[in-house]
Ligand binder design. Sequence first.
Ligand SMILES: Nc1nc2c(c(=O)[nH]1)N[C@H]1C(S)=C(S)[C@@H](COP(=O)(O)OP(=O)(O)OC[C@H]3O[C@@H](n4cnc5c(=O)[nH]c(N)nc54)[C@H](O)[C@@H]3O)O[C@H]1N2
Ligand SMILES: Nc1nc2c(c(=O)[nH]1)N[C@H]1C(S)=C(S)[C@@H](COP(=O)(O)OP(=O)(O)OC[C@H]3O[C@@H](n4cnc5c(=O)[nH]c(N)nc54)[C@H](O)[C@@H]3O)O[C@H]1N2
Ligand SMILES: [Mo]
Length: 761
Amino acid sequence: MSGSGEISEPSTTDITEPETVATGVPAVITTMRRSIDQMGTTKTARTLLKVNQPKGFDCPGCAWPEPPPDDRKHAEFCENGAKAIAEEATAARADRSFFAEHRVSELRTKSDFWLGRAGRLTEPMVKPAGADHFEPIGWDRAFELVASELRGLANPDEAVFYTSGRASNEAAYVYQLFARAYGTNNLPDCSNMCHEPTSVALAESIGIGKGTVRLDDLYEADVIIVAGQNPGTNHPRMLNALELAKRNGAEIIAINPLPEAGLLRFKNPQTVRGIVGRGTEIADIHLPIQLGADQALFQLWNHWILGDHRGGRRVLDEDFVASHTSGFDELAAHLAAVDPDALVQATGLDIADLTAAYDMIVSADKVIVCWAMGITQHLNAVDTIREIVNFALLGGQIGKPGAGLCPVRGHSNVQGDRTMGVWEHADPGFIDRLDAEFGLRFPREDGFDTVETIGAFRDGRARVFVGLGGNFTRATPDTDVTEAAFADAALVMNIATKLNRTHLVTEGVSVILPCLGRTEIDRQDGADHFITVEDSMGLVHASTGVLDPPSDAARSEVAILTGLAHELFGPGHEIDWPSLGADYDAIRRHISNTIDGFEDFNQRVREPGGFELPNGPRDSRTFTTDDGSAHFASTAYIAPSLAVDELMLQTTRSHDQYNTTIYGHDDRYRGISGDRHVIMLNEADISRLGHRSGDRVDLVSTIGGVERRVSSFQIVAYPTPVGTAVAYYPETNNLIPLDHHEPTSHTPASKSVPIRIHPSS
Ligand SMILES: Nc1nc2c(c(=O)[nH]1)N[C@H]1C(S)=C(S)[C@@H](COP(=O)(O)OP(=O)(O)OC[C@H]3O[C@@H](n4cnc5c(=O)[nH]c(N)nc54)[C@H](O)[C@@H]3O)O[C@H]1N2
Ligand SMILES: Nc1nc2c(c(=O)[nH]1)N[C@H]1C(S)=C(S)[C@@H](COP(=O)(O)OP(=O)(O)OC[C@H]3O[C@@H](n4cnc5c(=O)[nH]c(N)nc54)[C@H](O)[C@@H]3O)O[C@H]1N2
Ligand SMILES: [Mo]
């Protein structure tokens, strides 16, 4: 089946009441129907039975961990994991006839949904500079072309090497080695737009940029706080864990402006009870907070904790604070001086609800805080996470069973890619180890992150873009600025499973190299390879594809990278690229030698279920900060100021997309289907601003005095707090200026965007 133009785009939107129950029968039906549509019946059954099983592949959906092998249900997947797999296992092909039929100028007018429906890429394609068609190019010629472009740059820092979080550990390690051997640390990744504030805040406060809980901790917790996360859509298997936690007696507090289905009630499709029953009430308390006000909320709770002497005892864990932390006196003085009324007001929450949640927390021994993009994509994200860490430290909630910090990562191997050294910062210890391992001198200067990359292309300081997966120009903010910056690139090369807009943006040369997906058999010279990944809780395990590759020509990411490296560096290079491509154990040996926690990698990863990376705070309350203790941070909450006719917009995911991959047009749990161009507003704001539900409006941002606009969005009345608005990403990315980001991590503040609405002309 050749991908074709028979795809119809919806132009109207259907609205029904939002659902409060997640999963259950409708989810299972959606799963099966969608995968059967794209894959056919036998392939569907064969594929879905291998998801997240010890001898199968790691689901390419999210980074939520799997239970230990003997606990796994036969179906260890969810509706949205199945969509991710069906998207990859589709029978449609964006092959040479597809590219012959569609000009680049035509493809640029198509939606993300349409481009994805074209199907899997089958062979290397090139669009010469100034041309309007992609044409086939052999692998060797493609490598020669890219290598010669890289050799021709005045300076290696004119090339940028981006990674999306699906790349395996092996591919990621080879990739960073390639970029650094070439001479640059320009290694931005999707984390820069995602959990970077988490990595920054946790590294400085607890000495490691990762969370401190295992899956089992959730089952033992007394209270689990789920802040800024929509697990029913984005981490559906987390609901299984929350359900079990609840059965074991945990209470759950959801902090979220929206009443997301699944946080409020959940039916487990993996049990019969789940299918027929009413489901479990997941959240005991829902706090519908104002956007970006979580810093104020945790600061308020921390202020209360310090003054709380219940039954003559302080709620504060004085022993933990005395033996494991520093900066307490400063924090205590700082918190004593905050104005609690102003903090309450900033949250927009009812004092009774705030107090009820607080009482629940301080009556508990073991508390876990989970968070995702609702916390990280704000101007104050790093400060918010510092305040969450303060909260955990004051309660002594780190390094004991059933308690801790639980950032929930997005892409299935985004955490592993960073562990493998995909990072624009040149960590001196790691670079020294690379030097020793490979007998080269690798660069020491920090490279560009995601936002800096766009600035560099805009200003002509970067000329070549290489993408290991992802959809860079669509996922990033300031769409018009970003696309204009990339139009002038000399070369854009993407290693990809499917066609997307980033492949189409440059007027220069564009090269698309088709790779295997996680689900596919990686066979070279008769031998099958497996790869490894690290989940959100630091478990490393193997993943083996089971499906046939999309074409004979598609290659593994590792094979593509080592092939290109061999062409660029030539035979006799200090790094034996061909042998790394032929034997992934050889890559894993280098990983063992250069990355902590990977000793005996090849042996340990062959154990069922893999192995766990060491984690000082979690395992032994060891904090590898400058003074060996966990750091409190004193943060000042600054409330955003909006003009009377402004609303604070969050850009978010529907139930039917994976980032820039749009599976369909049905945001089922929110009761919205059809056209994705909707703006969800509180009823009170709609009438206050003189509009009605169903009106078409333009969304306009004027941050920094520059007008940015997206046109013709339909107003939908929705239970979002007064003054806030919700719309889908990536359609609204054009509203977010490049420099509208958190100051330390540079993560775009894509969930605090002040906008106005104007009637559409
Ligand atoms: N099916 C599917 N799965 C995915 C993805 C996908 O696109 N589709 N993407 C993957 C990736 S890369 C990631 S990073 C994760 C994303 O997973 P999530 O973080 O769940 O993603 P979002 O859809 O951005 O949802 C953000 C949630 O935070 C809430 N929120 C927004 N602002 C605030 C705030 O200021 N405070 C609080 N307390 N809450 C707020 C929103 O209402 C929403 O419920 O999911 C991963 N898994
Ligand atoms: N406004 C706004 N912007 C956001 C966000 C938001 O909430 N709001 N979220 C941000 C977040 S959290 C993230 S993580 C980024 C996501 O940014 P990216 O990770 O760059 O985007 P994706 O849409 O996940 O990338 C999808 C593409 O990856 C390729 N692909 C899929 N599987 C594979 C594979 O196995 N190998 C290879 N080589 N390629 C593959 C396909 O070509 C597909 O088109 O977006 C960020 N942007
Ligand atoms: Mo993400």
